[in-house]
Design a protein around this ligand. Sequence first.
Ligand SMILES: Cc1cc2nc3c(=O)[nH]c(=O)nc-3n(C[C@H](O)[C@H](O)[C@H](O)COP(=O)(O)OP(=O)(O)OC[C@H]3O[C@@H](n4cnc5c(N)ncnc54)[C@H](O)[C@@H]3O)c2cc1C
Length: 448
Amino acid sequence: MAELYDLQWQHATDCLFESPASGHPVARSFQLPKTLAELTGIGRAMEHWARYTHGMMGRVPDYLNRAMSAYAAGAPFLAAADVRFGANAVRLHEELREADLCLTHSLIPPQANRSVGPAQQADEFLAARIKAENDSGFVVRGCRMLATLPISDAIMVLPSTLLKATPDDAPYAFGFVIPTDTPGLKLICRESLDYGRSRFDHPLSSRFEEMDAVVVFDDVRVPWDNVLLYRDVERCNAAHARTGAVVGMAHQVVIKNIAKCEFVLGLAALLVDTIGAERFQHVQEKLAELWVTLETMRALKRAAEADAALDEWGVMRPAWNPLDAARNLFPKLYPRMIEILQQLGASGLVAMPTAQDLQGPLADDIRRYYQAARADAFERIPLFRLAWDAAISAFAGRQVLYERFFFGDPVRMAGSLVAAHDAEIRGYADRIRDLVRDLRDEALTPEK
Ligand SMILES: Cc1cc2nc3c(=O)[nH]c(=O)nc-3n(C[C@H](O)[C@H](O)[C@H](O)COP(=O)(O)OP(=O)(O)OC[C@H]3O[C@@H](n4cnc5c(N)ncnc54)[C@H](O)[C@@H]3O)c2cc1C
């Protein structure tokens, strides 16, 4: 994380901009772009972190910096419920930006009983819920399912979009940002995927383990100064879309996808070249598939930026449709990319000694039997260890799961996509209906 923050200063022209409050250089991912040039500048800034991590850290801080910036821009939407909430969004955004703080976030209730909502669970405080309120704020008790990158300065607790506009669901409807060390806030981390071994042995997991945690609110006090949304189900359900937070995050995501595609394509190409498999037709077909995936992500990012327009808050917002297409496509494409790495690497992915072995009693055997067509053993081994960590290790498995789910359940995302484009899709169906009726009429018209 420290390296990531330092990187911003090594690429200051791209990654920093002059703070509108202090005049100091601050992270560009906090900017509210007014022009297309500013928007594409934010995209360029985000590329630095994405490339540095090979797209393997979905939660580099710019992901939520974009969300918080959108909430600040959409402050009037929050203020319509309570003027304090709009002012809080602006102030919190400024505080995070000036200190370049890092956020995690948590949206969904725990996975106990998915057939009913948070209010119908066995325990009404299973899902994080408002327990009490007074003049200074409110108290939250319960749990939220997940927060990736728990080593962060603050946590955004935002509404999930699953709430129903009933009085039962109102106590589960809130949005706030509080320091991660707020008393009563607990983070239950999963087992670490960084096994504390060398970078050679675990090239990705030793560097890019971002960790996931379940969030427990043990009577956490949330001051009114930190609140963005409160008990307003409809506003909670609409907030991500109206403020532009979802678009800002999706912009970061497509940039991360591009870096990940470049990494996997490069890895696959070098692997194939190393073992002399490049002339087989199915190998070329698989490299072509990876390339097409990369170009698809690039095109969608470019379309989103090219078709950007000023939103209702005067912010230059990337076009949503290409980003929505990207976020619905990538959960299917990434598992396939990893499958291709497995198909190309085959047993080479598991037949790899560790750094210790290279200096152990079997070093001579290793030097001899691990050689490849275009690399000696000691060059081939780190390449295949990298491919192993991308394709079959626990880190690799978590990456695939991340890509499948982190932006939401792909099934329900597809459902909301169809609902959002209902009129457009029906327009195409009408064209086909006209065509079918023409064919029918033609067939039924008696020949002259
Ligand atoms: C690695 C990783 C990191 C994540 N990081 C974060 C984070 O930092 N912050 C955060 O807030 N969230 C995070 N998430 C959570 C992510 O938002 C959820 O995974 C996603 O919304 C799906 O919810 P779920 O995992 O609870 O699955 P569930 O909703 O429990 O779904 C389980 C299965 O049941 C099906 N299902 C459940 N309900 C329905 C329904 N109503 N209709 C149709 N099918 C249904 C699903 O399709 C799926 O097959 C992360 C997830 C992963 C895997």
